[in-house]
Write a protein that binds this ligand. Structure first.
Ligand SMILES: [Zn+2]
Length: 257
């Protein structure tokens, strides 16, 4: 696959980066990504990935746009209140970059329809709003050896990590990488959503963009993977930190015991 003169112009700022270059841009154009949730995190992540030239994006969400989404969900406009999120998203991303083939999957991700939702996407971004969905996505990614880029927000704090627990090199215990359930083994007793506790709008942009950033790095093998590390950002203090994520030998998902 050669880049057309128009693509060389469109992606010029990527191509001049030594970690991306023409080969990295071609990897982006050939990459298949699925987005669980097209809301506060999925929106900015999808916009940046489409702009970056990711060749295939599946948007998975069964919600319609509501007025209370617009404080942070920059994929949508006021005229789109009441319309399907994935259909509005498809329109917006396709107009941003015709190189990006967008599939609108108007379903809520569940174990029964996981394969249908994800299709052949290699990189799965989870910006969903329920722990059960996060557990189900993690299980699918572990069993089917997909790279999971996970983001979460609440009030003024957010976090991002990458999980590659299903990778073949995991056979070797020394190389074993954690999965999402090594971090969160059980469902919390009470689940709180952004609808109940609130979330500051620009935070979803920071976390969504960071998810897109880590996805671009995973696709192109640029820099150091976040697998095995968790990035935590506190918007009120302005502080962020990385913590190491150990493999839980008793993990309900990835442990062989
Ligand atoms: Zn695990």
């Amino acid at each position: 696959m050669n880049l057309s003169p128009e693509q060389i112009q469109r992606y010029a700022r990527h191509i001049m980066l030594k970690e991306i270059g023409g080969p990295g841009q071609q990897k982006l154009l050939g990459a298949k990504v699925a987005m669980i949730g097209a809301g506060g995190l999925g929106g900015p992540a999808a916009l940046y990935l489409a702009a970056a030239g990711v060749g295939s994006i599946r948007l998975i969400d069964d919600d319609d746009v509501s007025l209370s989404n617009l404080q942070r969900q920059i994929l949508f406009s006021s005229e789109e209140v009441g319309l399907s999120k994935v259909q509005c998203g498809e329109k917006r991303l396709t107009s941003l970059n015709p190189d990006c083939k967008v599939s609108a999957v108007n379903h809520r991700f569940a174990p029964e329809n996981a394969a249908e939702c994800i299709g052949d996407a290699d990189f799965i971004l989870d910006g969903s709003d329920s722990f059960q969905t996060r557990f189900d996505v993690n299980q699918f990614c572990h069993e089917n050896n997909r790279t999971l880029i996970s983001g979460a927000v609440g009030r003024w704090t957010g976090q991002v990590s990458v999980f590659k627990s299903g990778r073949p090199k995991n056979e070797d215990a020394q190389d074993k990488l954690p999965c999402y359930r090594c971090l969160t083994p059980q469902l919390p007793e009470t689940e709180v959503s952004c609808a109940e506790i609130g979330v500051i709008g620009p935070l979803t942009g920071i976390i969504g963009a960071r998810m897109a950033m880590e996805t671009v790095k995973e696709i192109t093998n640029a820099g150091q993977s976040m697998a095995g590390r968790l990035w935590i950002y506190d918007a009120l203090s302005g502080d962020s930190r990385n913590i190491k994520l150990p493999v839980d030998p008793a993990c309900p998902c990835c442990s062989s015991n």
